[in-house]
Design a protein around this ligand. Structure first.
Ligand SMILES: *Cc1c(COP(=O)(O)O)cnc(C)c1O
Length: 392
């Protein structure tokens, strides 16, 4: 068999396996599902005239998010990027600081760091979790940083490394134990970018509740959606109050006076979006069951294939299986593009992981460790159709 027919053959096998699970195409990568009280709550919200930044659905959505995740507080915001921005700011990230973020992530993680005037410092990933490689990061920090008055100083740049922002890739929990130990030992604030991991647990505790703060996203492509939306989770009541204050233009409560005691942001989630969120949260357990069922069906369908596997939740973790993911064996990496093309041509939307952050123009000069793990992963990852309503 020559190289071309071998490529065609693996791509054809991938198409057949996807079709066996999802049926005939076209099938998008991820689409929202509105199977519950979405219309009812939106209608109620409109009838109340409270469609904007105050209203009972915002309070209810925050209370229900806190109850669901086990966080003491949830603050609902306009999107996940704004949530990251405010969480970083409240963690004390200042102009000229560095913040450790995964090179393998959606651009929002690194963007939010720059909104604070800080510099993203890129960290490598491991293939087990697709998230930050804790052992490699510890060795790197040991070699390249020193502690000065309880601050972690990057010897090469002289800047303070203030925080670390692990991300739970495609819903799979990162090695929190290893990373929390690093945060402790190197005096870093740990913030979880849990944008992709609502419904994912690390050792039976919800992701986003381990660090000082965690952030969620309810964008249209996430597990549940509010149209656009995000939230900060925290167990710290003072931080929750500060988050609410800063994101509501830092206005002091008063019946008629406008008094703002610092520069704030208009980042609050509108009631209309929260109404959608309340209905979506009711659907979440059923969606998670469906996503897990989709994963098992894919695992079965892909089991006979050589050269790739379906990414499964790490040990001691429960993944929400937000985006189903194929990981090609190293020897099959060069077939990725042929598989992407053939599946998309066949009507099954698939896509590669994000371009690594240090390859993007705005971040090309940022500090980074060796990224061999992330570089290898990015050549081998393929997301396949993942909607929760894919199978009945
Ligand atoms: C979706 C996402 C965000 C936030 O996205 P918004 O569209 O601003 O809600 C942040 N980080 C990661 C990793 C994401 O996937």
């Amino acid at each position: 068999m020559n190289a071309t027919s071998a490529q065609r053959s693996l791509a054809d096998q991938v198409i057949a396996a996807i079709r066996a699970v999802v049926g005939a195409g076209p099938v998008p990568l991820h689409e929202p599902s509105f199977a519950g009280n979405e219309r009812l709550y939106l209608q109620e919200c409109i009838d109340s005239t409270f469609v904007s930044s105050v209203g009972k659905f915002v309070d209810r959505f925050e209370a229900e998010l806190a109850a669901y995740t086990g966080a003491k507080h949830a603050v609902a915001l306009v999107n996940g990027t704004a949530a990251l921005h405010i969480a970083l700011k409240l963690a004390g990230v200042k102009e000229g600081d560095e913040v450790l973020v995964p090179a393998l992530s959606f651009v929002a993680t690194a963007n939010a760091v720059t909104y604070c005037g800080a510099i993203p410092h890129f960290v490598d990933s491991e293939s087990l979790t697709l998230g930050m490689n804790a052992a490699k990061l510890r060795a790197y920090l040991n070699e390249h940083t020193e502690q000065r008055s309880n601050q972690c100083i990057n010897r090469a740049t002289g800047r303070v490394i203030r925080a670390i922002v692990p991300m739970h890739t495609f819903g799979h929990p990162v090695d929190l134990e290893g990373l929390l130990a690093i945060a402790h030992d190197f005096n870093l604030a740990l913030l979880e970018d849990a944008a992709e991991s609502l419904g994912s647990y690390y050792r039976n505790q919800h992701t986003g509740t381990f660090g000082l703060m965690g952030t969620l996203s309810f964008n249209g492509n996430k597990t549940i959606t509010t149209g656009g939306g995000g939230a900060i989770l925290t167990n710290d009541s003072a931080l929750a109050r500060r988050a609410k204050h800063l994101t509501t233009t830092a206005k002091l409560p008063h019946a008629w006076e406008y008094w703002h005691d610092e520069i704030g942001y208009n980042y609050r989630m509108p009631n209309l979006n929260a109404a959608l969120g309340c209905a979506q949260l009711e659907q979440l357990p059923a969606m998670l069951d469906a996503k897990r069922a989709v994963f098992h069906r894919y695992q079965e369908a892909f089991a006979p294939l050589t050269g790739l596997r379906v990414v499964a939740e790490p040990e001691h973790c429960q993944s929400n299986y937000w985006l189903q993911t194929l990981l090609l064996d190293t020897a099959f990496a060069e077939q990725r593009d042929a598989i992407l093309k053939a599946t998309n041509d066949a009507g099954f939307m698939t896509r590669p992981a994000w371009t690594l952050m240090h390859e993007l123009t705005p971040f090309k000069d940022c500090p980074r460790m060796d990224l061999a793990g992330a570089q290898s992963l990015v050549q081998r990852l393929i997301n396949i159709p993942s909607s929760s309503r894919l199978i009945a």
